[in-house]
Design a protein. Sequence first.
Length: 286
Amino acid sequence: MAGAREVKRRIKSVENTRQITRTMELVATSKLKRATDRVYAARPYARALNEIVQGLYFPELAEKYPLLRRPKEVRRAAVLLLTANRGLAGAFNANLIREARHLLEDLREKGVDTELHVAGKKAIAFFRFRGEPMETMRTDVGDSPSVEDAESLIAPLRERFEAGDVDVIYMIGSDFKSAMSTPPHVREVLPIQAGSDKARADSFILSPSGEEILERLLPLYVRNMVYRALVENAAAEQGSRRTAMKSATDNAGEMLENLTRTYNRARQAQITQEIAEIVGGSAALE
């Protein structure tokens, strides 16, 4: 009977675990819907803003606007890493951290001084444990990132880039392709990547001038790049968490089936033994 009781306790424990993972799956599904709405709303604006900047750009402006200026030699790089504040999201955080480590290693092998800026408790805990210095540590960016969050993250780095303190700024986050596909991605935020095709700008009469418009748009362009990365990362986190919790719920269900069969066999063996003892005792009395 002791064996059956132990299996019964395990069944109860797995049932409780399955209830928790199922609840977390439903919560992640709800949050994922809102997060994907923000992603789909941000993408058209980002594309339109990119088209405008590309249309107004021509190479001579790179010397006029610091955000367009490419250094002849990269001596110092800043890496902005976006992760989650919570776990239980499969390999979501681990993939982002691994991408950041690879980027830092590659830059250092090339002789580039690096500085790490982190948004997310999971990455902060990892790099703190490894003794990796972090210039900034942010844990206040939640599941619903705002434009203000993006500006507060990038503004200090953008000012340092304009001042020449850093030569390039990279940002690492996840691209949201689907709940099952959220690969990490490295973006070069600054200097701004711009082409030399100005055919679209030449097709219009602009007031104020194209240069004045571009001067106002460049900081907005950088901020929007970070904002889009934040909303994509938030959606990727919820997609990864929903997938992980669904897998955990399914695994708990399979474990329950196996434990139930084990319990039934144990009970059957116990009943058979009791019957045998009763028959044996009856036979002895005869």
